[in-house]
Design a protein around this ligand. Structure first.
Ligand SMILES: *Cc1c(COP(=O)(O)O)cnc(C)c1O
Length: 300
């Protein structure tokens, strides 16, 4: 599936002589958006090939991956189980838009304490899950594995060969690895981590077959799911200027960072940049609840 590349018109880009296009992966599907669709595609095929009728995966309360797995499972007639971080959510998940959406699409939840959640990939923990739920096809937290990277490779297509730079947000790095594997030797792939962590480079190297990539680690805004009023305002302004919706966990950090680099002459005049909009918009309503609690402006 190929989605459109949308040209961005902003005075800054004219001034600096940079051309910027956005690949609208957020438009792939209203609920299974962006990179999560790509990551699930071959995993779902594999589960079916193995005749396993249940997908089990992990995530936090606002996880795009949890929402996407629930919705994709429903479409593909597979049962889904979400192992969710935070026992305190047991009686409260209905107030959480992401979990409510997942439940409406048939996901069964298993809430675990933060301590147990950290042990989620341990053999004893998985054995206990099999005992409780029966056989399942395991998809890791964030959805990243070999088959997910294969799916993300398909984000780029033959029409994208003329870009000099390909940019994407980084969570686990699976999406970036797919882009790296799809990029031509004359293209550079830039990843903008949404979290702090020196481990990311090694994680990406596990799946990446080329060397033409770099991480830009200055725009995580303090870490995963951390953000400032400035970032929230940027996300709102960007939508007014370009009609492209972003959110402050992933794509807001990417575009903030990218435009900041452009303003600082990081790229030479004439550079053609393709930024991947990896989706995640289902998270906006949950985010607005968090913003309200912090007395920060609402996302529109
Ligand atoms: C999950 C997610 C990411 C992170 O993707 P990784 O492959 O884990 O690096 C980026 N953007 C959005 C919108 C996401 O939901």
């Amino acid at each position: 599936m190929n989605v459109a590349n949308q040209k961005i018109d902003l005075p800054l880009l004219d001034e600096k002589g940079i051309s910027l296009f956005v690949k609208r992966e957020d438009t792939i599907h209203p609920l299974i958006s962006g990179n999560k669709y790509r990551k699930l595609k071959y995993n779902i095929q594999e589960a079916k090939k193995k005749s396993v009728s249940t997908l089990l995966t992990f995530g936090g309360a606002y996880s795009n991956h949890i929402a996407a797995t629930a919705c994709a499972g429903k479409e593909q007639e597979l049962k889904t189980i979400g192992v969710i971080r935070g026992e305190e959510l047991v009686g409260k998940w209905r107030a959480n838009p992401t979990l409510k959406l997942a439940k409406e699409h048939g996901m069964r939840f298993h809430f675990v304490s933060r301590e147990n959640y950290r042990k989620k990939e341990a053999p004893e923990f998985l054995k206990a899950l099999k005992k409780k739920f029966g056989d399942f096809y395991l998809i890791p937290e964030g959805g990243t594995n070999e088959l997910a990277v294969k799916g993300c490779k398909e984000i780029l297509n033959a029409k994208d060969v003329n870009f000099d730079i390909i940019c994407s947000c980084v969570g686990t790095g699976g999406t970036l690895a797919g882009l790296i594997n799809a990029a031509r030797p004359n293209q550079t792939v830039l990843g903008f981590p949404a979290l702090k962590g020196d481990f990311l480079k090694n994680d990406i190297r596990k799946f990446a077959q080329n060397e033409n990539w770099e991480l830009i680690s200055d725009y995580h805004f303090g870490g995963y799911a951390k953000f400032t009023a400035e970032l929230v305002n940027f996300v709102s302004d960007f939508k007014v200027q370009t009609e492209i919706p972003l959110e402050p966990i992933y794509t807001g950090k990417l575009f903030y960072g990218l435009l900041d680099l452009i303003s600082k002459d990081y790229f030479k005049k004439g550079t053609k940049i393709l930024a991947i909009h990896s989706g995640g918009l289902q998270g906006i309503s949950g985010m607005n609840i968090v913003l309200k609690e912090k007395n920060l402006p609402q996302l529109k």
